[in-house]
Write a protein that binds this ligand. Structure first.
Ligand code: 5GP
Length: 220
């Protein structure tokens, strides 16, 4: 029988470059990973495609999916709902693929409850400045949305200890290689080799980013 894949939760501040990192991981390890596509009630950004970036749904449709128990988890994030469709996740896990969920912290914690062997990874930049610049540089978000997302980042930063590993996205290639190594080690039962990347080994960096994010959200 095919060995079941692992569920991998990737969270990180808005602007941390998770999307690009996921693309690299999928391209470089074809067949090993499946990326779950979430449903959301927010509007598509320019360039986002239905069924690839998200399934863009109405509030009514989202509520219907909740009633049908069609989500592994769902959560609210800055005025919109986001949820992970169950069918794709279960199908791909049973095919032996590692299924990646790129979701925020409330969802991550629900996944941890339902799938205790899920791997939870938090992705960050080295400092809060880089986050702000990336968010602003995207050019798709108004200043008030950027501010709301940075404020949300302050809250999310409080929960980093709930995650297993911290990946600093300094260069995509390094972060991608590290992520693949961490997941492979867990799958092969060599967790001890991941020790240096456990969240608990990086509390200094986490405290620094928390402080910087708080300063940002005060409007500096
Ligand atoms: P964005 O609007 O920037 O695409 O996503 C906003 C936040 O929602 C990000 O932190 C993203 O990871 C998270 N997110 C996307 N899909 C889901 C989902 O299905 N469930 C949860 N809980 N969060 C999600």
């Amino acid at each position: 029988m095919q060995e079941k894949g692992r569920l991998v939760v990737i969270s990180g501040f808005s602007g941390a470059g998770k999307g690009t990192l996921m693309q690299a991981l999928l391209e470089q390890h074809k067949g090993e990973y499946a990326l779950s596509v979430s449903a959301t009630t927010r509007q598509p950004r320019p360039g986002e495609k239905e069924g690839i970036s998200y399934f863009f749904v109405s509030d009514e449709k989202f509520d219907e999916m909740i009633k049908e128990d069609a989500f592994v988890e769902y959560a609210r994030y800055v005025n919109h709902s986001y949820g992970t469709p169950r069918a794709y996740v279960e199908e791909n896990l049973s095919l032996g693929k590692n299924v990646i969920l790129e979701i925020e912290i409330q969802g991550a914690l629900k996944v941890r409850e339902k799938y205790p062997d899920a791997i939870l990874v938090f992705v960050t930049t080295e400092d809060a400045n880089t986050l702000h610049d990336r968010l602003a540089g995207r050019g798709t978000e108004a200043e008030d949305v950027i501010a709301a997302r940075l404020a949300r980042a302050v809250e999310e930063a409080e929960g980093i200890e709930e995650y297993d590993y911290l990946v600093v996205n300094d260069t995509i290639q390094r972060a991608c290689d590290l992520l693949h190594t961490l997941i492979t080690n867990v799958r092969e039962g060599h967790q001890e080799e991941n020790h240096a990347y456990r969240v608990s080994a990086h509390m200094d960096l986490i405290q620094k980013i928390r402080k910087e994010l708080k300063e940002y959200s005060k409007g500096e």
